[in-house]
Write a protein that binds this ligand. Structure first.
Ligand SMILES: C[S@@+](CC[C@H](N)C(=O)[O-])C[C@H]1O[C@@H](n2cnc3c(N)ncnc32)[C@H](O)[C@@H]1O
Length: 352
């Protein structure tokens, strides 16, 4: 068929001039092909769809001071940005193990890093919870010279409506880091009692309207009103806060949604238990003088890290720990608004 006969095939169009829906952002979802467009989005201070901008990379590299030949572990592989920067420091000699519980994103990240030239001799991905960090040392017989944990969720997970992490876009109320196992957020809301719901919102996210929101979830359950999607939960929270003065409602609903989604996510993914186990096992998997850096995103996590580091320091297990939290620079927070709540702490293992 010659050119004239070829029927003209139009790309599937989205409504409007700029795609708004995650799955329509074809340029951002293909950063290799549309590198310049993606760079422009990053320069404007946004995170392109399907991508995660790593936080405090330079501060982490400065502290870890990675040398060729060392063995390290990234406990939260995510998009692989930190891993990539740490791999570069090995200069082709050494090894990094990257852990993540997310089977969807870790496959893409492994491919991205393999395509960037990091083969199995220098980099291993393990679909594994960092609570079981000791299994890596048992399996490999190696302790780590450096460990990084960048807690929470990645931008790819938050932005993908199918994952249900954000109240801003409609999707199933899932919130599982590994959607192939455990119960979804929607199922969890059906099985907890009123007291348990209130406790979850208070303990995991300091939600000031925990009682009103728990009450309204119970009311919706008695009325057989579904809370199966992100927007249904947002509507339920908004209804619970309808007693507030009109001019305060919008902001209050936004904040309560952020906190409640976070509280459910922490609960169904067992995030506090995982962090506790990780902090307890760290001294046994770090080599003498081995270094660990942890990025946290809310006060509950930071308190746990601070306490564990200080306790082990008093016992002489760590020879030094960060005296204060380290924050991203103001410039980084402007460049990447998701960095604003980050707190970094570090510790150095004593020699045996
Ligand atoms: C903030 S992202 C990490 C981003 C990464 N540092 C980067 O530069 O792209 C956190 C990642 O940790 C993973 N994660 C959360 N809890 C985990 C756990 N207990 N074990 C392993 N991975 C976990 C999440 O699935 C997510 O991919």
């Amino acid at each position: 068929m010659d050119e004239q006969q070829t029927p003209h095939k139009r790309r599937v169009r989205y409504s409007g001039t700029h795609p708004k829906r995650f799955e329509e952002k074809y340029k951002e979802l293909n950063p290799e092909k549309y590198a310049e467009d993606v760079q422009r989005i990053i320069e404007k201070g946004h995170t392109p769809a399907g991508m995660h901008i790593s936080i405090m990379v330079q501060e982490i590299l400065d502290f870890l001071d990675i040398k060729p030949g060392q063995v390290g572990l990234d406990a939260t592989l995510g998009y692989g940005g930190h891993t990539r920067a740490m791999l570069a420091k090995l200069q082709g000699n050494g090894h990094i193990y990257g852990l993540d519980v997310d089977p969807i994103e870790s496959v893409k990240t492994e491919k991205r890093l393999r395509d960037a030239g990091f083969d199995e001799t220098i980099f291993t991905v393990r679909l594994q919870n960092f609570a079981d960090i000791d299994r890596v040392t048992q399996d490999t017989g190696r302790k780590f010279d450096f460990i990084l944990a960048d807690l929470g969720v990645s931008s790819m997970q938050i932005d993908d409506p199918k994952r249900g992490f954000s109240y801003k876009v409609d999707g199933p109320l899932d919130l599982r880091l590994n959607p192939e196992t455990g119960v979804s957020g929607a199922e969890r809301l059906q099985e907890l009692t009123r007291q348990e719901l209130q406790h979850m919102f208070t303990e995991n996210a300091d939600e000031p309207y925990a009682q009103q929101i728990a009450d309204n979830i119970m009311k919706w359950r008695y009325m057989w009103k579904p809370i199966e999607t992100t927007t249904q939960l947002r509507d339920c929270i908004a209804e619970a806060l309808a007693f507030l003065p009109k001019h305060e409602q919008k902001e209050a609903v936004k904040k309560s949604c952020q906190r409640c989604f976070q509280a459910i996510r922490i609960d169904i993914n067992g995030e506090f238990d995982a962090l506790y186990a990780f902090l307890e096992k760290l001294p046994d998997v770090l080599a003498p003088n081995g270094k660990v850096a942890i990025l946290t995103f809310h006060s509950g996590e930071d308190r746990m890290v601070k306490k564990a580091f200080q306790t082990f320091e008093r016992q002489g297990v760590y020879k030094e720990v960060a005296r204060d939290i380290i924050r991203p620079s103001a410039e980084e927070c402007i460049r990447n608004s998701r960095a604003k709540s980050t707190k970094m702490r570090w510790a150095i293992r004593a020699e045996d």
